[in-house]
Design a protein around this ligand. Structure first.
Ligand SMILES: NC(=O)c1ccc[n+]([C@@H]2O[C@H](COP(=O)([O-])OP(=O)(O)OC[C@H]3O[C@@H](n4cnc5c(N)ncnc54)[C@H](O)[C@@H]3O)[C@@H](O)[C@H]2O)c1
Length: 419
């Protein structure tokens, strides 16, 4: 039985723990937990049977113990990933699953890559989409040569207007200086997919975009600092927090309605807790009068050494959350909507491709399969790192995202990537 510890017990950390308990409990034991929130330790500890002496309130307490488990999951917020991963490698952990993005600073993520190599450690980054059957199928078709050599990729990440408002206007990723720019925070997934599909180094990047809509110029007449602070536009505003988090009926509700823990920090909540969080917390703030600064739209073009080109469209405003991909090869093309995939061979057959993915977004499936892939490595059932999201493979997507930001801030000028 392998032991796995977890640092950061929020949405992601507790979700991963749930998967280990549900699908891998015969071979992996959740051993120790660490979080700076006493509430999180008290909520998650008993739920997963972690005794009090193995619940740590700080990473320094945790790492002082040395290596106490076979593997470690790090699921804290973005700004702490580098420090904690570095400490984990220095302490001697050999299997680490680290949440994305690794860091917004090149020297930091390349240092982690080098340190992992030096220590002989496997550091996987949670670019979970690669593990979903839908994206694995796309990669498999490309690798097989069926659509020839890739000429171009046109890929769009549609956040969903409510999701963008929740995470990137009101939530943890609204300030690029406290987290990272949205092109890295969210679209490192998409850039990782594109570079994995093309399988050639990216040589040049350009980008334009900005914060077009969620600013005070677009505030409706009568808007107030918080939705429940007397806003006159409340009834017609799609971002009204009371609707989104409390009153929308089941058939209209978006997934954020069920993320109550994010609003209050507590596992179980009364209606009063939620009302209080919306009246007084970040998630009830007007989306037009907030201090958010990350881009709500951005386009990135990429040129690869093998001649392929790609365009990524990051779209914060869409009714639904979904990814679209159009991959054009010399012999055929793939058209995908995040769940359904179609292949058209020029002068040949066209039709749907069975991906083996459920008919929902690849994210949840990717989350489950990422954890399974990690547990397999930890248990020695596989040592094949091909196509896995190692820190080595992650450097490319992070380099492209940072180059895109550099280009965008310089009016879209071409940024060449040095290798
Ligand atoms: N892979 C994906 O698809 C995906 C999706 C969403 C979020 N994320 C990333 O996952 C990470 C976690 O996101 P989340 O939504 O679970 O966040 P969260 O805020 O719900 O949870 C973070 C937890 O870490 C704890 N924490 C913060 N600093 C700590 C420290 N120094 N030591 C110990 N614990 C600490 C917090 O108290 C909190 O419980 C983020 O970096 C986010 O960008 C990844």
């Amino acid at each position: 039985m392998k032991k796995i510890s977890v640092i950061g017990l929020g949405n992601r950390g507790s979700e991963y723990m749930g998967f280990i308990k549900a699908f891998h409990s015969k071979k992996a034991e959740l051993y120790a937990i660490c979080d700076i929130s006493r509430q999180a330790l008290a909520d998650i500890g008993p739920k997963f049977g972690i005794p009090e002496e193995r619940r740590y309130i700080s990473t320094s307490d945790f790492f002082t113990e040395g290596v106490i488990s076979d593997a470690l999951i790090i699921a804290t917020q973005d700004a702490s990933h580098y420090e904690i991963a570095k400490k984990a490698l220095e302490t001697g952990y050999k299997y680490i699953l680290l949440e994305k993005p690794v860091s917004g600073i090149r020297e930091e993520y390349t240092e982690l890559r080098d340190l992992a190599t030096e220590k002989g450690a496997t550091l996987l980054v949670c670019h979970v989409l690669r593990y979903a059957n839908y994206y694995k199928k796309i990669k498999q078709i490309i690798k097989s040569g069926t659509i020839g050599d890739i000429v171009s990729i046109n890929h769009t990440e549609n956040f969903g207007y409510f999701h963008f408002a929740h995470s990137f206007v009101r939530g943890n990723w609204h300030d690029e200086f406290a987290s990272t720019p949205s092109i890295l925070a969210k679209c490192c997934h998409d850039i990782d997919l594109i570079s994995w599909f093309v399988d050639s180094p990216c040589v040049a990047v350009s980008s334009v975009g900005g914060l077009r809509y969620f600013n005070k110029e677009n505030a409706p007449v009568g808007a107030t600092a918080t939705c429940m602070g007397g806003c006159k536009a409340k009834n017609t505003c799609p971002y009204d927090a009371e609707k989104l988090y409390i009153t929308d009926p089941f058939y209209k509700a978006k997934f954020i309605k069920y993320m109550k823990r994010t609003l209050t920090g507590k596992m179980s909540n009364s209606k009063e807790d939620i009302v209080d969080a919306i009246k007084n917390g970040d998630y009830g703030k007007c989306v037009f009068l907030n201090d958010n600064n990350v881009c709500d739209h951005q386009v990135v073009t990429m040129q690869f050494e093998n001649g392929a080109v790609a365009v990524l469209n990051m779209n914060g405003l869409s009714d639904k959350m979904f990814r679209q991909s159009h991959i054009v090869g010399t012999k055929g093309e793939l058209i995908g909507y995040g769940t359904k995939l179609e292949m058209r061979i020029f002068g040949g057959k066209s039709g749907g491709v069975f991906t083996g993915s459920p008919a929902v977004s690849g994210h949840a499936e990717g989350d489950i399969r990422t954890v399974s892939g990690f547990v397999k490595l930890v248990c020695g059932e596989s040592n094949d790192l091909t196509d896995l999201t190692t820190i080595e493979a992650t450097v490319e997507s992070h380099d492209i995202a940072l180059a895109a930001e550099e280009s965008r801030k310089n009016g879209g000028t071409l940024v060449c990537l040095k290798k």
